[in-house]
Design a protein around this ligand. Structure first.
Ligand SMILES: Cc1cc2nc3c(=O)[nH]c(=O)nc-3n(C[C@H](O)[C@H](O)[C@H](O)COP(=O)(O)OP(=O)(O)OC[C@H]3O[C@@H](n4cnc5c(N)ncnc54)[C@H](O)[C@@H]3O)c2cc1C
Length: 379
């Protein structure tokens, strides 16, 4: 299934992750410090522009390569994994897909080196993302935007955010529209970084828009298309969350396997005990299944086949498999597993929980899958 160029790409990203990202992962997690230091090396590697066309300075790769990159980075650091995934899949993708030539020229070259965020979620619009309350009202030569977004990945470091808003305060009018909003504009501000149990070196914060004047040319696509655009964006994003979960689970498995070979009890390595072997087997098997689901959804996306159901399935299965793998690894490490950052497993276990929440919870993935299944029986 994986082609030679994709394996070669994996080797390149793995080497980068081990040399540049892993050495800082525990420290950044402990200090809850945003991973600023990784941005330049990642931009130089092309990891910030994996979907951006070459004409705008991007280093585009196919979706399997993109998933491999998120997987390999997450294998050593979930915070870096989510930062890369959110920037490529959620921040830059909608500009590429729905933007005008002028918007491409203005934003994409900068996005090859600086982060773009995606603002869909609000305090009262989480799973029900259509419940957006942020309001954009037309005034003279601009939109006037007021509202707040929460849980936004890279809210603080991002130079721009693709955000959704309603364009009328009529409660019966459910239409939502997307806009590209710039951090430098007056009326755009960020809340403080959330104190999370996992992905602590990633930036997650509120964004506030207070009488933010938005030029008409920063409307993304047509009025009323924002919700549809967000769903299309999330279809791609969910593949990257699946890849992130596979990487986190694999990082935990790698550590548990090594530890099981070294730790002796009852006069032998614990890896000699069948129950430990079975746990390792189950972790490896589930992760391999999840990985194949991620690559299959990636392949379908590139082949321009309908892939919404498959992206939901791979995110659902991979995030739950990733959670089980990190839990299994914690079991194998025994007490040392829960020491703060002595082994990476506890960090990966804390990090993987997000995969069952962000870009739609597991319950929402089950709804998406069921809806698609039921269509086939006319419901
Ligand atoms: C670290 C992190 C990064 C994030 N990054 C971003 C980002 O960059 N941009 C962005 O826009 N958002 C982001 N989010 C927000 C994330 O996508 C939402 O938190 C998520 O969609 C869930 O929304 P909620 O937290 O409001 O939960 P709720 O919607 O309140 O759900 C609470 C519970 O109710 C269940 N539930 C809700 N509705 C149903 C239903 N119909 N049927 C069954 N069960 C249901 C849910 O599954 C869940 O178990 C991020 C979140 C986190 C934690």
């Amino acid at each position: 299934m994986i082609e030679k160029h994709q394996e070669e790409f994996r080797e390149k990203v793995r080497a980068f992750a081990l040399e540049q990202v892993e050495p800082a992962a525990a420290r950044l997690d402990r200090e809850q410090k945003f991973l600023e230091e990784h941005l330049k090396p990642m931009a130089d590697m092309g990891l910030m522009s994996m979907l951006i066309p070459e004409e705008y300075g991007g280093k585009p790769v196919d979706t399997i390569c993109y998933s491999i990159a998120v997987e390999e980075i997450s294998r050593v650091c979930g915070a870096t994994g989510i930062t890369v995934a959110a920037h490529n899949s959620l921040g830059t993708f909608p500009i590429i897909k729905f933007g005008t030539k002028e918007q491409h020229e203005k934003y994409l070259p900068r996005a090859t080196r600086e982060l773009v965020a995606f603002g869909l979620t609000e305090a009262d619009a989480g799973s029900d993302a259509g419940g957006t309350r942020t309001l954009a009202i037309k005034k003279d030569d601009h939109w006037l935007v007021n509202g707040s977004k929460c849980w936004i990945t890279s809210a603080t470091p991002a130079f721009a955010t693709v955000a959704t808003a309603k364009t009328t305060d009529d409660p019966k009018d459910k239409r939502i529209t997307s806009f590209i909003l710039e951090k430098a504009w007056k009326g755009y501000s960020c809340g403080k970084k959330e104190n999370k149990i996992g992905l602590r070196a990633s930036d997650t914060a509120f964004l506030h828009f207070d009488d933010l004047k938005v030029p008409f040319e920063n409307q993304l696509g047509k009025v009323g298309d924002g919700f549809k655009q967000a769903l299309i964006t999330l279809d791609g994003g969910r593949i990257s969350i699946g890849a992130m979960a596979v990487g986190l689970g694999q990082g935990a498995l790698d550590c548990a396997l090594k530890y099981a070979g070294e730790r002796k009890q009852f006069g032998k390595p614990i890896a000699a005990f069948q129950m430990v072997q079975h746990k390792l087997s189950d972790m490896a098997t589930e992760l391999e299944a999840a990985r194949l689901m991620v690559y299959e959804a990636s392949r379908m996306k590139d082949a321009r086949l309908p892939f919404s159901r498959h992206s939901a399935m791979c995110k659902l299965f991979a995030s739950e498999a990733g959670r089980r793998a990190t839990e299994g690894a914690l079991d194998i490490l025994g007490s040392v597993g829960i020491l703060d950052n002595k082994y990476p497993v506890e960090r990966l276990w804390r990090d993987v929980k997000l995969c069952e929440i962000g870009e739609g919870t597991s319950e929402i993935q089950r709804l998406v899958i069921a809806r698609d299944l039921l269509k086939s029986i006319g419901m």
